[in-house]
Design a protein around this ligand. Structure first.
Ligand code: ARG
Length: 465
């Protein structure tokens, strides 16, 4: 290859000091436009704000700034219409757009990058992008939470077994269980909003790493782009991606929650539990076993949680070895982030769509609650109320359970004489405590499972939203 050190490589926007072109292999290896083209909206918005600011401080003429803003608007329209030709040799989204702008408006396009570096440009794009994503996820989470509230209301009186260790523990209502799911997703929402608050500052102006010689007005740019303020330190501004990591951590927790719900639905949908039916359109059949109706949707959500957690790990490890300030490593933040965004979005969409159509088999839920001596604690508490120390009550009820298990019947199915064998304190009123309804109704305080409390919780939730 002939070296002509003074001419530079013409194709690259940074080619001035280069004597030979990038190897085709390196070009293919290092390009990011194949995935970061996805940032075009944020990139264009950021560039328009930057150009307006440069005009405001007198570094750009008004005419140039106008040409830039309008030129970018045209490029935006072409990208959205699928008319834009992305070029791998132009490396990334930033240089593709800038090169096209210059091709369209001439020298003004070449002035856009004054006082800016791709380092603070990509940092700005990324913050705008994560913020846009959070803003799109919030209404989706609200839909899921709302669907859970409706289902909870429909099943406020439905008795089902509550589990610990996946063993039948005490009766709860299905509505109470749905409200527990809702609490989880509402905390996920507040985590996203926290993340948004912390990340919503403008990094632009950091330039490559140290700031710029131009008298830039960063607050003017921040205001145009809807940031609450500007980053304090230029080295930090171009370097850290902790907000993307935080977002991926919040997304991982969303998927962890959805995965837990999925696990429950998968169990509940087997004929062995028979608590719920999932709508046919959310299930698939087997190519060999004609009787099968498989809960593929929850299974896939449970599976996709693994990807999202993996993406979080990828970002954490990507960051951990980097000295200040910008390193090209950071280009690798995008595939895991984008995959997380796509996955969390579709999983929430699927749940928002599916929850309203979950059919609860009330009889099966009730029968299961009646099977596991789920009111044994209620019998112990009954004896405590009659004066027996709790440990003695626990022991007496244990013996009663062993007896009933041998007879293969529930505690409430034992006769009063049978029950009296385990404690003379037991009287006829015991049955109001050891039935499923009695047990539920007795847990009648803020946050507990009594149907009246579930209804109160739903009413509070409806008032809040
Ligand atoms: N594609 C790059 C990234 O995602 C843009 C910034 C490149 N900056 C640089 N000095 N090479 O991080």
């Amino acid at each position: 290859m002939s070296k002509t050190p003074t001419s530079g490589h013409p194709q690259k926007l940074w080619g001035g000091r280069f004597a030979e072109s990038t190897s085709a292999l390196v070009e293919r290896f290092s390009e990011s436009v194949s995935f970061d083209a996805r940032l075009y909206r944020q990139d264009i918005r950021g560039s328009q704000a930057h150009a307006r600011m440069l005009a405001k401080i007198g570094v750009l003429s008004d005419a140039d700034a106008r040409a830039i803003v309008e030129g970018l608007e045209g490029i935006l329209a072409d990208i959205e219409a699928g008319r834009f030709q992305w070029k791998r040799e132009l490396e990334d989204v930033h240089m593709n757009i800038e090169a096209e702008l210059t091709a369209r408006i001439g020298d003004a396009g070449k002035r856009l990058h004054t006082g800016r570096s791709r380092n603070d440009q990509v940092a700005t794009d990324m913050r705008l992008y994560v913020r846009d994503v959070i803003d799109a996820l919030i209404p989706l989470i609200d839909r899921v939470a709302e669907a859970l509230l409706d289902l909870a209301e429909r099943e406020a009186d439905t008795v089902m077994p509550g589990f610990t260790h996946l063993q039948i523990a005490q009766p709860v209502t299905f509505g109470h269980h749905m409200l527990a799911w809702r609490e989880q997703i509402l905390r996920d929402k507040s985590r996203l909003l926290d993340c948004r608050k912390r990340m919503n500052v403008l990094p632009l102006g950091a330039a490559a790493l140290a700031g710029t010689v131009y008298p830039i007005d960063r607050h003017f740019v921040a205001e145009q782009l809807g940031f609450d303020g500007v980053t304090e330190n230029s080295l930090d501004a171009v370097s850290d991606r902790d907000y993307a990591i935080e977002f991926c951590a919040a997304a991982s927790l969303i998927l962890v929650h959805l995965s837990r719900w999925s696990e429950e639905l998968i169990l509940w949908a087997t004929p062995l539990f028979g608590f719920v039916d999932l709508p046919d359109r959310f299930c698939t059949g087997s190519s060999i076993m004609p009787q099968k109706k498989n809960p593929d949707v929850p299974e896939l959500v449970r599976g996709k949680a693994g990807r999202v957690i993996g993406n979080l790990t990828a970002l954490l490890v990507l960051m951990k070895g980097q000295p200040l300030a910008y390193n090209r490593d950071n280009q690798e933040d995008k595939p895991p982030l984008f995959d997380t965004v796509d996955t969390v979005t579709i999983c929430l969409e699927v749940y928002a769509e599916m929850i309203p159509h979950i059919v609860v088999n009330r009889d099966n839920c009730r029968a299961a609650a009646a099977r596991g001596f789920s009111t044994a604690t209620d019998l112990a508490d009954y004896l405590v109320k009659k004066g027996l120390p709790f440990r003695d009550a626990h022991h007496a009820v244990g013996s009663a359970v062993a007896y009933a298990a041998q007879k293969n019947c529930d505690l409430a199915a034992l006769t009063l004489d049978e029950l009296k064998r385990f404690s003379p304190l037991i009287e006829a009123d015991v049955y109001t405590y050891i039935t499923l309804e009695g047990s539920l109704a007795a847990r009648n305080h803020y946050g507990a499972t009594a149907p009246a409390q579930v209804r109160a919780a739903i009413a509070r939730a409806r008032k809040r939203t």
